[in-house]
Design a protein around this ligand. Structure first.
Ligand code: NAP
Length: 322
């Protein structure tokens, strides 16, 4: 390293050469920074989708096409974006996707009747609706109408209870399942390791903590009232950020040897129109062993898991009915 600086002190250098040398030096210094292994979501999603395809071909050849019913209330852009991604993934492997858009003015009993119809329809294997629902609808009640066998994103209390009781049969919610799939695909050891989950929402943080626990990690769940977050993160082997705060987790909170899974998807305050995670990626990348990028990480895997759950539900139903 010192040799490189030595040339800069050469009095015979002209200013242009000096600038070029400085640039080369900066580039080589950057290259020498330890760079974390990038845990891309694409190969993980592709491997799940490959498996989905072969399982789907089998079901379709048995005239049992796996079918997902998707309900969207209103026209929230995020929901429409996710719905399009679901349709695309389903189409790719041959899962039938029936989408229904409902007006925000729909009454709870009307929505309940539509859901009940889907529950009773034996040709539908998975049911999913976007949340949050408008405040005039009792979401907990509507979620409870979906039986665990068709609850492909773990919306109901019954499915969540099964998850917490570590009972087989119910599906884990897709995003936490996607995190576990990333860890499995990249062979990150979990059993016996310290894992910290930042965030305790019912959608991501809490169910993920249960999945990590079931995989024998020692789990800490942190939230907005947690003290010494930096210390909590520093001690962990696996740090999962699911907070929804752009770049909350700073480089100084992290250390070599760690795996960082960034679930956050936030508008980037520094780069208008772009997305960023809950982790300061640039800083973290030079500190830790492995990290997921945002975008391009966990988000890519979630919909592949939803597809897989529908196929699994259809296979279970086929096995049950012979
Ligand atoms: P959420 O319901 O808003 O929950 C956020 C959690 O983070 C809460 O538990 C909150 O703590 C905690 N929190 C907030 N500020 C904090 C802080 N300064 N320090 C520590 N903890 C803090 O969000 P969510 O639905 O779980 O989503 C989290 C992130 O994941 C969002 O960026 C979302 O866009 C993203 N997401 C990604 C996917 C995907 O497929 N990649 C799917 C779903 C969500 P309290 O409980 O104390 O309020």
């Amino acid at each position: 390293m010192l040799d490189k600086f030595a040339n800069l002190n050469d009095e015979n250098l002209n200013p242009m050469d000096e600038i070029l040398l400085e640039e080369q030096l900066m580039n080589s210094l950057l290259e020498e920074q330890p760079q974390a292994k990038l845990l891309h979501g694409k190969p993980v999603a592709e491997s799940i989708m490959d498996d989905n395809l072969s399982r789907c071909i089998r079901l379709n050849s048995q005239k049992r096409p796996p079918t997902l019913a998707v309900f969207r209330v209103g026209k929230r852009p995020d929901d429409i974006y996710y719905e399009n991604s679901i349709k695309r993934h389903c189409e790719q492997v041959g899962v039938r996707c029936q989408t229904m858009t409902l007006p925000p003015t729909i009454r709870e009993d009307e929505f309940a009747a539509i859901l009940t119809q889907a529950v009773q329809d034996h040709t539908i294997h998975g049911i999913f609706f976007f949340s949050p629902l408008p405040p005039n609808l009792n979401e907990a009640h509507l979620r409870s109408l979906i039986p665990p066998a068709k609850d492909v994103d773990c919306l109901s209390n019954a499915a969540q209870a099964a998850l917490y009781l570590n009972q087989p049969g119910a599906f884990a919610p897709c995003t936490p399942a996607a995190v576990m799939e990333m860890l499995r695909f990249y062979q990150i050891p979990i059993a016996g390791k310290q894992a910290v989950v930042l965030g305790r929402s019912l959608v991501v943080g809490k169910p993920l903590s249960q999945l990590l626990l079931a995989a024998n990690a020692t789990v800490t769940v942190a939230h907005s009232k947690s003290e010494n977050l930096s210390q909590v993160c520093w001690q962990a082997d696996i740090v999962v950020a699911a907070v929804g705060k752009a770049r909350l987790v700073q480089g100084g909170w992290l250390r070599p040897g760690q795996t960082v899974i960034d679930v956050g998807m936030n508008p980037d305050p520094e780069r208008g129109g772009k997305m960023c995670g809950d982790v300061d990626f640039e800083a973290a990348q030079t500190m830790v062993e492995a990290i997921t990028p945002v975008p391009g990480g966990v988000g890519l895997v979630t919909t592949a898991i939803l597809c897989r759950n529908v196929i699994e539900a259809a296979e279970r139903q086929a096995a049950h009915h012979g």
